[in-house]
Ligand binder design. Structure first.
Ligand code: GLU
Ligand code: MG
Length: 455
């Protein structure tokens, strides 16, 4: 089993024979009519095509060809033949529906069977390979995806006035959330914690932590399930980072820890914060490189409308035990819970590509461990309340303020180039720069109202 895990995490895309047999058996027993094959483009949009069970054996052996030139960030027309090889360990039945449909998540390979550099899942596998070469066996992550429910996808009419932990009468989406949880669990995604968030019509369903590869697969599944179930009820679920002006945005706080041989490498009983040297250096790495990888965990123009003071989203690059305005928070240690010692990074948003985000976060943390970065002192005061002068004195820098600034940082980052690989790095910078260029020439309502009559 350990071997199989190892191959899934780091090796070439191959079908593990036992898992492969199991899939064929289940498809037959359950009378599955179609199997969706999923992968993501660079921005994390889910791409899917379907095959019938008759094709399944071939697909598991050799993969299924598709035209990569129409996938954002993949190859250009001249070299567009791509192959998707389903990972049999990811086989799940889609929830509900009269027709039985299965799904598997794919690795993308070139026609000669080599991993494709443009495949975000491969980028994450490469990051996990680096981790293993440094003596850790698991990167555990627990992302908390927040989202809004709207009446439809044309506007932002909310379903309730809600508020943090609001219950029943105000919480129109209670039923919907239950249905979503049942669907997630039916797809092998355990759920731990569910509640109404601070914003009106804003929700959070937290999946139980898992290794980063499974969790990235879970995350793309989660987004689809949340959206589909909302749609069935006539609503629109959105993971847009900041859909409502003046309200909290939606974050994807990500809890992280490294394990070796079943033991939490972040825990040290003798430390005042219960943090090991490894844990401290990991956090130092993420603080040090946060600005460079910001365009990965917060990839949209709109992401930077969320990362502003006053809405429980982080702005300043600092860590803390309690303070939610810090970039990284160490949840308080509870006796006997050494396995739960972890770093919660609060800047990613739920519209990121989870494969690239987990990979970039892991590389930044590993860099800290490898180079032995020093962890700065924690900042326990509310950072929103510090003046620019006070922040300067304490050496606290801010995250990029715009996607443009984030791309400038990314484009000169050696760490990001290594983390993403040259192919994705170049495409990513190009695509995101274009997004920023499209945006910055827009005339906004705000400036027309502010300037037209007075200038
Ligand atoms: N919605 C807030 C954010 O943008 C976070 C609220 C919370 O603490 O869960 O990150
Ligand atoms: Mg939350």
């Amino acid at each position: 089993m350990a071997m199989v895990e190892h191959e899934r995490d780091t090796g070439r895309a191959t079908s593990d024979p036992a898992a492969r047999k199991e899939v064929l058996k289940r498809v037959e027993q359950e009378n599955v009519r179609f199997v969706h094959l999923w992968f993501t483009d660079l921005e994390g949009h889910l791409k899917s095509f379907s095959i019938t069970p008759a094709e399944l054996e071939d697909a598991l052996d050799d993969g299924m060809g598709f035209d990569g030139s129409s996938i954002t960030g993949f190859n250009s027309i001249e070299e567009s033949d791509m192959v998707a090889i389903p990972d049999p360990a990811t086989f799940q039945l889609m929830p509900n529906g009269a027709t039985k449909v299965g799904r598997m998540i794919c690795d993308v390979v070139t026609p000669d069977g080599e991993p494709y550099d443009g495949d975000p899942r491969y980028v994450l596998k490469q990051a996990l390979a680096r981790m293993k070469s440094m003596g850790f066996d698991t990167f555990n992550v627990g992302p908390e995806l927040e989202y809004f429910l709207f009446e439809d996808d044309k506007g932002t009419e909310t379903l309730d006035e809600g508020g943090y932990f609001a219950m029943t009468a105000l919480d129109a989406a209670w039923e919907l959330r239950n249905e979503t949880i049942t669907a997630l669990e039916s797809m092998g995604i355990p759920v731990e914690y569910v509640h109404h968030e601070v914003g009106p019509s804003q929700h959070e369903i937290d999946m139980r932590f898992s290794n980063a590869l499974d969790m990235a697969d879970h995350t793309i599944t989660y987004r689809l399930v949340v959206k589909e179930i909302a749609k069935k009820a006539g609503y629109h679920a959105s993971f847009m980072p900041k859909p409502l002006f003046g309200e909290n945005g939606s974050g994807m706080h990500t809890h992280q820890s490294l394990f070796t041989g079943g033991r939490n490498a972040f825990y040290d009983a003798d430390d005042e914060w219960s943090l090991s040297d490894v844990g401290k250096a990991f956090i130092a790495g993420q603080l040090q490189h946060a600005r460079e990888i910001s365009a990965v965990f917060a990839q949209w123009v709109n992401s930077y409308k969320r990362l502003v003071p006053g809405y429980e989203a982080p702005v300043y690059v600092a860590w803390s035990r309690r303070n939610r305005s810090a970039l990284i928070r160490i949840p308080l240690y509870k006796p006997g819970k050494e396995q739960a010692t972890r770093a919660e990074i609060r800047c990613p948003d739920p519209a990121c590509n989870p494969y690239l985000t987990f990979a970039a976060l892991l590389h930044a943390g590993l860099e800290g461990i490898e180079k032995g970065y020093e962890l700065p002192a924690p900042m326990e005061q509310n950072l929103y309340h510090l003046t620019a002068e006070q922040r300067r004195e304490r050496g606290i820098v801010a995250l990029p303020e715009t996607l443009g600034e984030a791309i400038d940082e990314l484009s000169t980052s050696e760490l990001a180039r290594r983390a993403l690989g040259q192919h994705i790095f170049d495409r990513y910078v190009e695509i995101k720069r274009k997004e920023w260029d499209d945006y910055r020439v827009q005339l906004t309502d705000w400036e027309m109202k502010r300037y037209l009559s007075v200038l």
